[in-house]
Design a protein around this ligand. Sequence first.
Ligand code: 7RM
Length: 635
Amino acid sequence: MNFQIKSIEEYNAAYQKSVEKPEEFWAEIAENFQWKKKWDKVLDWNFKEPKIEWFKGAKLNITENCLDRHLKDKADQPAIIWEANDPTEHHRVLTYKQLHQKVCLFSNVLKNNGVKKGDRVCIYMPMVPELAIAVLACARIGAIHSVVFGGFSAQSIADRINDAQCEMVITSDGGFRGPKDIPLKNVIDDALVQCCSVKTVIVLTRTRTPISMIKGRDKWWEDEIKKVETLGLIDCPAEEMDAEDELFILYTSGSTGKPKGVVHTTAGYMVYTAYTFQNVFQYQPNDVYFCTADIGWITGHSYIIYGPLAQGATTLMFEGVPTYPDAGRFWDIVDKFKVNVLYTAPTAIRSLMQSGLDYVKDKDLSSLKVLGSVGEPINEEAWNWYNENIGKGKCPIVDTWWQTETGGIMISPLANIIKTKPCFATLPLPGVQLMLVDEKGDEIKGNGVSGNLCITFPWPGMLRTTYGDHERCRQTYFATYENKYFTGDGCMRDEDGYYRITGRVDDVINVSGHRIGTAEVENAINMFTDVVESAVVGYPHEIKGQGIYAYVILNKESDDEELTRKDISMTVSRIIGAIARPEKIQFVKGLPKTRSGKIMRRILRKIAEGDVANLGDTSTLLDPTVVEDIKNNKI
Ligand code: 7RM
């Protein structure tokens, strides 16, 4: 592998080349992969439509790159180490050879059940190796996977299945998450009442919770595997895919009510996740790499599965949560498997920090070499705690900024190469051309400035479209500023030219690293019988980064406000999922609106933040008494 950057000079040279000769730059990197046919053209693009094509004309299968090509030298090296939710349950190790076999077998299960290239498959599973196997099996036969995080409600799943017209669902009887059992198959049954595209449901046995199994539709994973084994369908040749064939859909929230299906394609995504994984974490052969994300989010797709496996790494997958059975769980895992690279989220760090050092003190963390952070801005206190108590001052912290849409890491230090600075994602990776702009879209030049973060040139890992609605993709990302991809984030560039992401500038709340659209939550709250109108904003939350604050107008006074709050919460849980439940609900008589009827969220945000003295310009307010009422009854 010859794309590993080893020094700051090599970084500078790589960056410069990526800007001056982007096609040559990425072509050289792409040479390190296994192609069935090489590309005709490295890049074809315009941001107007947008049209983005990387490695056009090339043929490949990403699973040959993640599995088959490692069989020569790494057949017996662990590909996936799996640690169960319950520490007394035995962990599992799948070598590259074993993972390859299991993916092939399950690929044949998919084919045997009529799944073809281009079909969409919804995956709703707990963090078990079979989830990674299901994802890779889809990729192997050219089916498009749409993984839905296990915390989403039946309604959310149904919306996602219908949007993508999935033919199959892969799930399990249930999942273990800390002290709880999650009834995954039950939720799927509720969802499928609304989904007529789904013909088959494959159900893995995990919790042995009693579940319904519908004849003709539902099939046990284990039985299906036996069937293909009996038929002698052991090997499964990898489908030949075009570079720009769709690899997966992943739904993410934006400023509008409906989540978007972000589409990633095969070749560019593979090259980008592998390149960034290698360079950001500086992964060395035989390192044990542990990313604590869930595969239901982009971080799990890119940096538990595809990036690490493309690089022949050992990736550790953890089924549970950081605080079960106690707040020492991550450190026990680091100790047990001698983890070298740990990649986690600020929300987890803050929660473990609050639990105190007792959970850290007797753990051997000396194997750690690199620490990573992702999902939201990391505050200085958490950064320092992570650095001192986990890294013992010896491990660089790579604060990685990126998005579902970017496919892979965009701004980050390269471990041990780019000097870190608390709270700074530091510098763009090679191939990433950034620009800060003002409201009008004019570039903000120089250092010591802030603006809206845009990207001005394509990179291989970028989204290609939003599923079934290309115009929405253009509108959302390419229309705000001409000829630029707009990230939705605010950003500052300091005197050293280092970048610091300050947070979303749109109506998206980042709760524990999960993106939630305010409009989505409002729609869910408005479904509650007695709600007339609502407005949702984010406010600073000590552990979650941001919490959800809802202002709600009821059609009649509640005789038990606490109960009504719980009812509203339950309604949101049903409509979206527990992750979107508002932390705070304030009943109000009216919402601050302009004369044209627009809710003035800026004012609501200020009040939720507790900054009532600085509401800013309120001269356009239709009815100022509304604001007084809200201020006086703040919770
Ligand atoms: C990977 C992921 C994306 C949004 C993004 C930011 C925020 C992510 C950082 C960050 C500050 C970081 N994808 N964000 N990483 N903010 N520093 N290192 O999280 O699509 O779920 O979210 O998350 O606002 O736009 S995501």
